[in-house]
Structures are given as structure tokens and as C-alpha cells.
Write a protein that binds this ligand. Structure first.
Ligand SMILES: Cc1cc2nc3c(=O)[nH]c(=O)nc-3n(C[C@H](O)[C@H](O)[C@H](O)COP(=O)(O)O)c2cc1C
Length: 361
């Protein structure tokens, strides 16, 4: 199945501009999700076997989730479990509708399985997203797996008013998801990453807690933070009882490349994702796991393409995983292939459950 995607569909998609291809695929999934037949067919082809994980009070049918940014508006909600995902993080969403940065703003470095994007939180706003999600519930098509929402800051909101912007979106959406991710790590909204600072982040968490203090809240961090800055976030996670950390977002760093096309893509402003991010995001996961002695759940994301990449992140300390760029390069069978590969790996290593493997190395 993966072969069909890589040999047949992907070449056609990769003939198009990256964002145009993304929009076409998402429109197709949104359409398929509205009817039961195609959704069931997708489930037959791509559904993943059960590999349950319990984390921050939620039951995940398997540990492979959809990363923030892929379904920014929640248009394909019923399809993600059908494509084998054990959970989906929708958004990033902001208080105000905004167009994002000027296109082109998403670029492929195919030879090195990477993307650079500077989307800039293009989205229709929190209230519009709430209406879309209401629609899925009304149609009886809300998925059985956990759904999270990634909260960003509107570009026009000054940085010192960020907490109100996040709180507005949270208020509008709090009944529409099982957990929320405070995204203070996108490189594509000016000054957003300053909100990873302890005081600023504390104000945002406090504002969200005032709206609701029972929904699991996680913070998504950048791979470009120093260990000291990560430790500040971890202190806050302990005092504010965060449910976990999502590690990591895209990076502003760039690898050396001998490939001229990749070098040109890496020259674009924005966040880099995919294979070149893998090692750094695993390092961040390992650091968090060591510092917290495994007491804080980690959603590991960055450069996961196969079961070996997934295993690397789990043994570094991640309890759950997410995928964005891997889905673009490997296609719709990726979640199921990874779950099957993890099952084999557990057998091979003589480990009874995924939980036992978390942070083993
Ligand atoms: C085009 C694009 C848009 C993204 N949008 C968001 C977003 O809105 N919110 C967010 O937290 N992360 C966003 N991300 C980051 C991903 O969720 C993920 O953290 C990152 O891409 C690393 O994972 P990957 O290597 O599997 O892609 C985006 C990534 C890409 C490529």
C-alpha cells in the first residue's frame, strides 16, 4: 500500500505546489469523511491494530497521532481514525481569523524528506472551528479516539495580551476537544516563541486555568530551546500541573546539505520539519524524560517515518507520538505500518507493553 502511494500518487501530488497538494488531499479527505462508504473503505485499507495507551486520563487506541497543522480547521475529523491514527491534534487555531503569510509558504526538500513552512497560522478563527466541530458531532461522526486542539496566538494581538487571545480560543473550544496544546513554539508568528519564557507562559496557563481547570493542558516547545530554557518550562509544568509536553515543533536551524535543491529549500524562511529534525527532537525528549524522571508525559514529534524512528522516540521517553511530514512522504498507510512495526519490535525486545519501553534508553 505504501508502495502504491510512493510510486503512483506521490509523484502526481509532488508535481503541484506543496500547499496546493495539501489542500487537495485535505479537501478529498473532508469529502470522504462526509460519507460512510469511503470512510469505511479507508478503515479497511489503513486502519491500525489496537495498541492501547493510557495517558493523562485519556484512552488512546494506539500511540500514533496526527500532528498540529495538518488539519488546521478540523475538516477531516472522521477520517483520522480511519487512516489508523490513535488521536488527532487539530489547529493551530487563533482567536481571530487570519490569512497567514503570503504564499508560497510551504516547500519540499524531497531528497532529504523534509519540509520548510512559514504558514503563519492561516485559519478561520476559534469560533468558526467550533462550528465545524459541532457539525461533525451533529452528524454523529465524532471519532472515538481522543481529539486535541492546538492553540496559537493571533498575529494582530500584541504579545503582552497573548493570554487573553489564548483564553478566548480556549473558551470557544473547551467543550470540543479532550486536550489542548498551548503552541508557543511556531517560528512563523513574530515574537511568539518569546512566550516560552517562564513568566509569559505562566500567565497564559493561568488564564486558561481560569476558563477551565479540568481539561488536560500541554505545552508544545521548540527544538531550538537551550536545556536551561526547557528546564524552566518543566518547572512550570510541575507547579501548574500540566498534563505533558509536546516535543517538538519545527526548527529554525538548517542542516548542511550536498543537494542543491534541498539547500535552496533550506534557504527559505520558516520552520524545518521531517528527517533532519529527528535527532534534535529525540534529544529534547530524552532531556525532558531525564529531568522529570519520567513523571511528565511526552508527545514526541519530529521526523518520524517508520517504526524504528518511533521506537527511538519511545525509548527516549515519549509515551505518545505524532506525525506530519512522514504522512506527506510515506502516505496514508504510515500510522498503521508504524503500529504494526512497534508490535513486532516489542516482541523482538521481549517487552510486554509500550509503557515498559518508554524511556528505556
Ligand atoms: C505545513 C506545516 C504546518 C504546521 N502547522 C503547525 C501548527 O499550526 N501548530 C503546531 O503546533 N505545529 C505545526 N506544525 C509542526 C508539526 O506539528 C510538527 O511539530 C513538526 O512538523 C515536526 O514533525 P514532523 O517532522 O513529523 O513534521 C506544522 C508543520 C508543517 C510542516
Amino acid at each position: 500500500m505504501g508502495w502504491c502511494y510512493r510510486r503512483l500518487l506521490r509523484p502526481l501530488l509532488f508535481l503541484q505546489d506543496s500547499e496546493a497538494a495539501h489542500n487537495r488531499v485535505l479537501a478529498g479527505l473532508a469529502w470522504a469523511g462526509r460519507g460512510r462508504l469511503l470512510a469505511s473503505l479507508a478503515n479497511v485499507c489503513y486502519g491500525a491494530p489496537e495498541m492501547s495507551v493510557e495517558c493523562f486520563g485519556l484512552h488512546f487506541p494506539n500511540p500514533i497521532g496526527l500532528a498540529g497543522g495538518m488539519d488546521k480547521a478540523g475538516v477531516a475529523v472522521p477520517m483520522w481514525p480511519r487512516l489508523g491514527f490513535g488521536f488527532a491534534e487539530l489547529g493551530g487555531v487563533t482567536r481571530h481569523a487570519q490569512p497567514g503569510n503570503e504564499p508560497p509558504r510551504m516547500f519540499r526538500a524531497v531528497a532529504e524528506q523534509a519540509l520548510v513552512n512559514r504558514m503563519g497560522f492561516n485559519n478561520a478563527g476559534a469560533e468558526a472551528m467550533a462550528a465545524t466541530l459541532d457539525g461533525w458531532r451533529a452528524r454523529g461522526q465524532w471519532p472515538a479516539h481522543p481529539v486535541g486542539i492546538n492553540l496559537g496566538k493571533s498575529k494582530t494581538t500584541p504579545i503582552n495580551e497573548a493570554q487573553e487571545d489564548y483564553a478566548f480560543s480556549f473558551r470557544a473550544l473547551k467543550n470540543h476537544a479532550d486536550f489542548f496544546v498551548i503552541n508557543v513554539s511556531s517560528p512563523n508568528t513574530p515574537n511568539l516563541r518569546e512566550l516560552q519564557d517562564k513568566t509569559a507562559l505562566d500567565e497564559i496557563i493561568a488564564a486558561l486555568r481560569e476558563v477551565n481547570d479540568s481539561k488536560p493542558l500541554l505545552v508544545k516547545i521548540a527544538p531550538d530551546l537551550s536545556n536551561d530554557a526547557i528546564d524552566d518550562v518543566l518547572d512550570l509544568a510541575a507547579t501548574r500541573k500540566l498534563a505533558g509536553i509536546v516535543a517538538t515543533n519545527t526548527t529554525i536551524a538548517r542542516p548542511d546539505s550536498s543537494n542543491a535543491i534541498c539547500r535552496s529549500t533550506y534557504g527559505e524562511t520558516g520552520g524545518l520539519s521531517g528527517a533532519p529534525l529527528r535527532t534534535r527532537s529525540t534529544e529534547v525528549i530524552r532531556h525532558i524524560h531525564q529531568q522529570t524522571k519520567g513523571s511528565l508525559p511526552i508527545i514526541g514529534v519530529g521526523g518520524i517515518f517508520n517504526a524504528d524512528d518511533a521506537w527511538e522516540k519511545i525509548t527516549a521517553g515519549a509515551s505518545l507520538l505524532q506525525i506530519y511530514t512522514g504522512l506527506v512522504y510515506e502516505g496514508p498507510g504510515i500510522a498503521s505500518a508504524i503500529v504494526k512495526g512497534l508490535k513486532k519490535r516489542l516482541n523482538r525486545e521481549g517487552v510486554d507493553s509500550l509503557k515498559e519501553a518508554v524511556g528505556q534508553q
